[in-house]
Design a binder for this molecule. Structure first.
Ligand code: KG4
Ligand code: ZN
Length: 357
């Protein structure tokens, strides 16, 4: 039996401090030996959003014991670790610096390779933690900071087909929740409130629905919701607005995903059509079932990471580390933290005004 690599992954790009140890079996299927995630929800709750300084301080306070717990939980010894992989971007620079510096120091002390990981690549590869997944595949990445359709051709090979031109989808969920008076982070709560509401009560806008290919836009939705919430008086009206918001998001994703399918098919000579959905919003059950239905209609195989790997975690960072380790793609200890780090380096930065379609 060949000795399989043991990878330590570290994540601190935003408000989750996380560490994980993974390896793989004889067939090359990853095995998650430990997965420790500590959320800072309580730290940021009263501010209605992530406060970078507080987030960085919390990462610093926790990182030692989280990494220690990940190693202890794995049942392995520290000296058995073959490489250390840390998120290097994108994210809040003060937060990234904590996990990145810790990972570099750890790798250096162990005299083992260091691997700098793009957090988005972690999300992109997260379904590999429990499913076999071959390239190419179409990825919809929907998180608190990003909403993109990507043609994934291999490790490090991404072609962006569409992106949000303003807010990310998770951000739209969180902002809607805030307007409805729900504590941060409200995204998951919207899903719960929506179950009690009438999705046809409010007619909300669908920005760039009929133009812009598979690019997305959610800022107009927030503005419409702000206007409506001023007149909301009852809980039932709140539920109706949450349900109407959720339905509008489903309609937008249904249409844009269909466009992304045809773009993806134009770019690839496909033997099998695979659609992967990852990122925090991929935990939303209604969005999941709508996209699964669409895949059935369009003969796509749909793949979602398990809920525990949808949000930020270090197993997905270790997963990228494992793939890079096997290809001997190591990084130097002077690798910088990159607050902005696109998976498709050639893609133009669309955010902001003046985008022409
Ligand atoms: O991937 P993630 O954990 O962090 C980032 O990299 O951004 O995504 C967090 C986002 C938040 O905006 C959160 O509100 C949203 O994912 N989210 C959800 C659900 N669970 C998490 N949005 C809608 N429905 C959910 N069930
Ligand atoms: Zn994330």
């Amino acid at each position: 039996m060949s000795k399989k690599p043991l990878i330590l992954g570290i994540e601190s790009s935003c408000d989750e401090t996380a560490a994980s140890i993974i390896t793989e079996n004889e067939q090359g299927i990853p095995i998650v030996l430990s997965n420790v995630v500590s959320s800072q929800v309580d730290v940021h709750k009263e501010f209605g959003g992530v406060v970078p300084e507080l987030a960085a301080r919390s990462h610093m306070e926790k990182i030692d014991w989280i990494v220690k717990k990940a190693i202890d939980d794995s049942g392995k010894k520290i000296e058995e670790i073959n490489a250390v992989a840390s998120t290097a971007g994108p994210g809040l620079i003060v937060c990234l610096s904590v996990g990145l510096s810790f990972g570099k120091a750890f790798a250096s002390a162990l005299e083992k390779p260091f691997i700098a990981v793009n957090h988005l690549e972690g999300h992109a590869l997260s379904p590999k933690l429990n499913s076999e997944l071959n390239y190419p595949y179409l990825l919809l990445l929907i998180s608190g900071g990003h909403s993109q359709y990507l043609n994934v051709q291999g490790l490090g090979k991404y072609q962006r087909l569409g992106t949000t031109i303003d807010d990310a989808l998770g951000e739209a969920f969180d902002k809607t929740a805030k307007l409805l008076g729900i504590e941060f982070p409200g995204g998951p709560q919207i899903e719960i409130l929506a179950e009690k509401g009438n999705p046809n009560k409010y007619d909300l806008p669908k920005p760039i629905f009929n133009k812009g290919g598979c690019n997305l836009s959610f800022a107009g939705l927030k503005t419409a919701i702000l206007r409506i919430t001023k007149d909301i008086k009852t809980d039932q009206e709140k539920f109706d607005l949450a349900a109407s918001f959720q339905k509008t998001v489903e309609q937008i994703l249904y249409k844009k995903t269909k466009i992304a399918f045809s773009e993806f098919e134009k770019q690839n000579d496909l033997k099998e059509k695979v659609f992967v959905v990852a990122g925090g919003v991929a935990a939303n059950k209604r969005i999941r079932s709508m996209l699964i239905n669409l895949c059935n209609e369009e003969n796509y195989q749909s793949l979602f990471p398990p809920i525990e790997f949808c949000g930020d975690n270090a197993a997905m960072i270790a997963m990228v580390g494992l793939e890079k380790f096997k290809l001997k793609q190591f990084d130097n200890l002077d690798h910088p933290a990159k607050p902005r780090w696109s998976l498709d380096e050639k893609a133009v930065f669309l955010k902001g005004a003046g985008v022409q379609f």
